[in-house]
Design a protein around this ligand. Structure first.
Ligand code: GDP
Length: 364
């Protein structure tokens, strides 16, 4: 899933590092004490190890140097050694120019502008006007990137099964645009619940398209769970209401409600969606977004959230998304956690979103 982004980041880091080495300016050393402590230490170590040459020994035997001369020589040597181990530093303007390549690679990989800005600012703090040793730059970039992505993905852990056990029936509404994978994700969640010995019932509340009622029934049959449906064109809020009533009567643990795929710009469907939410009062409102949609997916989440305040996201089609940037951008931009990622078309093809795994597979 992240191979594309990983390769891009890797090549951008190495080109950044190379250019840094070429373009950064050597640090001018005025006084020993101005050197970073680490560099001073290394210079002292080198000096301590430095054995006098034969010529120096002969000279020393002939005529021992005066105390001041020794001190002077030692200081000059110290600066020289320090100069070679303290390599270079770059200015803010140089950094901006250097970051350009990495920025383009990240944008092409569907990383949102806001996330790129954060990565840039963090990296800037770690690199600009800091004397850096040769060979140290690449490591600093990698560590800074890791830290930024960790912060970008920093949302509380969500235990789905524990959560749904809090209430009976626990009602979940699935929302999103057509084709994003809503029906498939409902079936996957139903299957996950079944594996955890929790019963569920599906509500065919997408009455806007006849095919979607049939599609949900097919998925319900696959998992072996009941689907409550009304006629095509009937009131979706009524379907949701009836399904919750059915679950209460039968002691069913979870209700999963399919809704019509809609664009927020369609005000009829938007009002209809608000009505379902008002009538059914779901415990969880999940947005199903396609990972391959990139920034469109983020914009849609923002729109739905504005209309009905969603709780979290399932990112579908991670298995066919080569870029990967959406996964690290969605939560940071929308402030909504990603609970699951869809990784295929089969019932078991769903995974809990794991920050550590994402970082590991993302960074070189
Ligand atoms: P809906 O219109 O939102 O209900 O979308 P569907 O559930 O019908 O899914 C649309 C298409 O995407 C179907 O062909 C699904 O098999 C496919 N799909 C859904 N989730 C995934 C996924 O995680 N990976 C892949 N590769 N395909 C998926």
């Amino acid at each position: 899933m992240f191979n594309f982004l990983k390769d891009k980041v890797k090549s951008a880091i190495s080109s950044f590092t190379k250019k840094f080495e070429e373009e950064a300016e050597p640090v001018k050393i005025a006084k020993e004490e101005k050197l970073p402590e680490k560099v001073q230490e290394e210079a002292r170590e080198i000096l301590a190890e430095k054995k006098p040459s034969k010529k120096e020994i002969v000279k020393e035997k002939k005529e021992p140097p005066k105390k001041e001369e020794l001190k002077e020589e030692k200081k000059g040597l110290f600066s020289k050694i320090a100069q070679t181990i303290t390599t270079k530093k770059i200015s803010s303007a140089q950094f901006d120019a250097l970051f350009w390549d990495l920025e383009v690679e990240l944008l092409e990989s569907n990383v949102a502008f806001e996330v790129i800005e954060k990565i840039k600012e963090d990296l800037k703090k770690n690199l600009v006007d800091t004397p850096l040793k040769r060979g140290e730059v690449e490591k600093i970039i990698q560590e800074s990137l890791k830290q930024s992505i960790e912060e970008v993905l920093d949302f509380p852990h969500f235990d789905f099964i524990k959560k749904v056990k809090e209430k009976k029936p626990f009602v979940i509404a699935f929302l999103g645009v057509n084709g994003s994978g809503k029906t498939t994700s409902i079936a996957k969640i139903a299957y996950l619940l079944k594996k955890n010995n929790l019963s569920c019932v599906l509500a065919a509340a997408d009455t806007f398209r006849a095919a979607s009622i049939q599609q949900l029934e097919e998925q319900g049959n696959k998992v072996g769970v009941k689907v409550i449906k009304h006629d095509y064109g009937s009131d979706p809020a009524a379907v949701g209401f009836d399904t919750v009533k059915y679950a209460k009567q039968k002691g069913i643990d979870v209700v999963l409600i399919d809704t019509a795929g809609r664009q927020h710009s369609n005000s009829n469907l938007r009002d209809e969606m608000k009505k379902i939410i008002r009538v059914v009062q779901p415990d969880l409102k999940l947005y199903i977004g396609e990972m391959i949609a990139g920034n469109d997916c983020i914009d849609q989440i923002k729109d739905f959230d504005e209309a009905i305040n969603i709780d979290g996201v399932i990112l579908s089609k991670a298995d066919i998304d080569e870029k990967g940037g959406t996964a690290i951008s969605v939560s940071y931009v929308t402030k909504k956690p990603i609970y699951f990622i869809g990784i295929g078309q089969e019932l078991a093809d769903i995974k809990v979103f794991d920050k550590k795994e994402i970082i590991q597979s993302l960074l070189p």
